[in-house]
Structure formats: structure tokens, C-alpha cells
Design a protein around this ligand. Structure first.
Ligand SMILES: Nc1ncnc2c1ncn2[C@@H]1O[C@H](COP(=O)(O)OP(=O)(O)O)[C@@H](O)[C@H]1O
Ligand SMILES: [Mg+2]
Length: 354
């Protein structure tokens, strides 16, 4: 059987660039080499697209010195990439793309739009689900239609910030301190803060506004953080199971996520009866309401006291590092990472609805 060609696209302009490079390592190691030839395309933090010659150069960072450019062509007839080595151009047919990109320009529908134009199948959610899932305010409005509980929220828009007193009044009339302030469109806890009083609230809003002109101010949910892995499989969307985040900080901020070795994750944690099933069912419904396809990790709180399930956010391209929850949950459900990676690629190739 002739091998297919897969392009793995990694890096990207977002704050999660480094995580993407680590995730890419996992994906590359686990793609079935009997079936696929791999092309690596790295996107630098300043948005340059480079052809990368080996997985090793991703590990040591030297891929950024590549002198060869490679980019996906929007022209459907080419169905592939253009490579430019400084002297000459060549065009190469690509069967499928694995965009292992997180955050801005990678997980938000923009690059998915380019892939749609190119006609090349790609792993994961399409344009709509990616952009809706990346934008917390939009996700919230869609999930509201499912009557799944979410943190009470006040939306704040950049143009209101000239009159900060009014904004504060609007928030204080609806929510008690402490509140969570977050940019609608960011990720990796960038711009997220917990504010315990008015002064901290104003600082937090200004900080969030650096990341996005649309801001959410939410009631604080006190409880456990439970995440659920969803995948499209044989035409159905299924949840594998759940995992718990034990943040070594007041909340799961950027540092606790990536720098604090004391933050832990537990797959299949002990939960009150029925909670796991409820979360798995809600996760699939949320995945579907944003028009999800391929994969997503859907994050919840289990509220202390009430044991209510409260939806927090959906990540349409979850991390694939060695400590990432998404592959660990699937492993616990009996799907090893090799099988998982190849299932995700197969799913991309058979997608019919776009
Ligand atoms: N309403 C909330 N109540 C309690 N904790 C929250 C709330 N919103 C966010 N957090 C905390 O902040 C972290 C990051 O917020 P999240 O909405 O997941 O944004 P990101 O997309 O940056 O991961 C969460 O993992 C959680 O620890
Ligand atoms: Mg999160």
C-alpha cells in the first residue's frame, strides 16, 4: 500500500507555543510510519512557516533556524503545500493535516479556514467549533441553551471601560467577591485573575483587557476541577472518562499549569455516585452544541457542598504532552496514545459533513 502524506503543523503565535512544540513530539512519535510519511511544518512565534527536517530539531529548538519555508496553499487543485528553499519553489500533495496548535490562530478557526480552502482534511474541530470554543462568551451563550449550569457571569466590553465606575456597579449588583475575571478569547490562564475586592477587580479587568476587548467576570465556583475527554468515533461522539486537576496554587493559573511540579492530575478520580456519568453526558452535549468534530477536552467544576456540575470551558485542541489529561484519560479507557493519534487521523480523513 502506498503511504499517505501527513503534515504536522506545530508551534504557532499563541502563548501556548511551547506546549504545542512538546505536544507535537508526542504526535510525531505515535503516527503509524507504515501508513504515513510525515512532513513537519513549524510556525514561529512571529508567524513564519518553516519546513522542519526532524523531530530532534523540535526538541532542541533548532527548527527555528530552518531556511526553508513551507505553507499550506489555499488552491484546491494543489491540495498541498508549497516549499521554498530560497531559490526554487516546489508543490507537494498532502493527504491530511494534524494541526497540533493551541490558542490564538491555531485553535480558534483561523487556520481551520485555510485548511477548508485547501481542501485537505485535517484533525479536529472545524471553523465554527474552533472559534466558538475558543471564545468563552460565545461558548457560554451556546451552552446556556442546554440548561447546563455555568458560573454566573457579567460580560464587559472594551468600550465600557471609559466609565469603569458603571462597570463595577453592574458587576457588584450581580456578583459577590471574590470574582474571576478572564478575557473571552485567550487560553492557558493568560489574563485570568481572581479579584477579592473592588480595587483588585479594576486591576483584573485592565489586565484581561490587554488580551481581549471582551471580558467575562464570573462568580467563583468553589470545588474540584474535573475534565472530560471527548472524541468522534465511528460517526458518534463519545466521552472516554474524566480526570481531576489538583492545582498547586489558589487556582490553576499559568504557573500552576506549566511550571509548578506540585500540580497534579488524577485520572478517574473518586467521585460521588453518578457524577462521572453526568459529566460525560454533559461533555458530549456541549461538544455537539458548538458543532465539535474530532476531539475536545471539556472542563467542569464539581461544586463543593451542592455537588453540582458546573461547566467551565471547552478546549478543541487539548495538550498532548506526557502529563496532559486528554491522552491519559483515553489510556485509562483502554486506548493507548498510538491508537488514539491514529484514530484522530482516520476520523479526519472520513469526515463527510463539510
Ligand atoms: N468561575 C470560576 N470559579 C473558580 N475558578 C475559576 C473560575 N474560572 C476560572 N477559574 C480558574 O482559573 C483557571 C483558568 O480559567 P479557564 O476558564 O479554564 O481559562 P483558560 O482558558 O485560560 O484555561 C481554571 O482552571 C480555574 O482554576
Ligand atoms: Mg482552562
Amino acid at each position: 500500500m502506498e503511504k499517505k502524506k501527513i503534515a504536522v503543523v506545530f508551534g504557532g503565535e499563541s502563548s501556548e507555543h511551547d506546549i504545542s512544540c512538546i505536544s507535537a513530539g508526542t504526535i510525531i512519535e505515535n503516527i503509524n510510519r507504515d501508513q504515513y510519511d510525515i512532513r513537519l511544518i513549524g510556525i514561529t512565534k512571529d508567524g513564519r512557516w518553516l519546513l522542519v527536517d526532524s523531530g530532534e530539531s523540535i526538541k532542541d529548538g533548532s527548527w527555528r533556524d530552518s531556511k526553508v519555508q513551507a505553507a499550506v496553499l489555499p488552491d484546491k487543485k494543489n491540495h498541498g503545500i508549497m516549499i521554498y528553499d530560497g531559490n526554487s519553489y516546489s508543490v507537494e500533495y498532502i493527504d491530511v493535516i494534524f494541526p497540533i496548535l493551541h490558542g490564538l490562530y491555531g485553535e480558534d478557526g483561523t487556520i481551520q479556514g485555510l485548511f477548508e480552502l485547501s481542501g485537505i482534511p485535517y484533525v479536529g474541530c472545524g471553523v465554527l467549533a474552533s472559534s466558538a470554543g475558543m471564545d468563552k462568551l460565545t461558548t457560554k451563550r451556546l451552552v446556556d441553551t442546554l440548561h447546563i449550569r455555568q458560573a454566573e457571569c457579567v460580560a464587559v466590553f472594551a468600550k465600557e471601560l471609559t466609565c469603569i465606575d458603571k462597570v463595577v456597579e453592574k458587576i457588584e449588583s450581580k456578583l459577590d467577591y471574590p470574582v474571576f475575571v478572564k478575557p473571552s478569547n485567550a487560553g492557558s490562564s493568560k489574563g485570568v485573575s481572581k479579584a477579592k475586592d473592588r480595587e483588585a477587580l479594576i486591576t483584573a479587568i485592565k489586565e484581561a483587557a490587554v488580551h481581549d476587548g471582551r471580558i467575562l467576570v464570573e462568580e467563583t465556583i468553589v470545588g474540584r476541577e474535573i475534565e472530560c475527554a471527548v472524541m468522534s468515533r465511528n460517526g458518534e461522539n463519545v466521552a472516554a472518562g474524566v480526570g481531576e486537576i489538583l492545582a498547586a496554587a489558589d487556582f490553576y493559573d499559568f504557573d500552576a499549569k506549566y511550571n509548578n511540579a506540585d500540580s497534579r492530575t488524577v485520572v478517574n478520580p473518586k467521585l460521588p455516585d453518578g457524577v462521572k456519568e453526568k459529566i460525560m453526558e454533559a461533555a458530549v452535549r456541549i461538544f455537539e452544541v458548538i458543532d465539535g468534530y474530532g476531539l475536545s477536552r471539556v472542563d467542569f467544576f464539581l461544586e463543593k457542598g451542592s455537588n453540582d456540575i458546573v461547566f467551565n470551558e471547552i478546549n478543541t485542541m487539548p495538550g498532548f504532552t506526557s502529563i496532559s489529561m486528554y491522552p491519559m484519560i483515553w489510556k485509562d479507557a483502554g486506548v493507548e496514545v498510538k491508537e488514539l493519534v491514529n484514530l484522530l487521523i482516520e476520523n479526519a480523513c472520513v469526515r463527510k459533513d463539510r
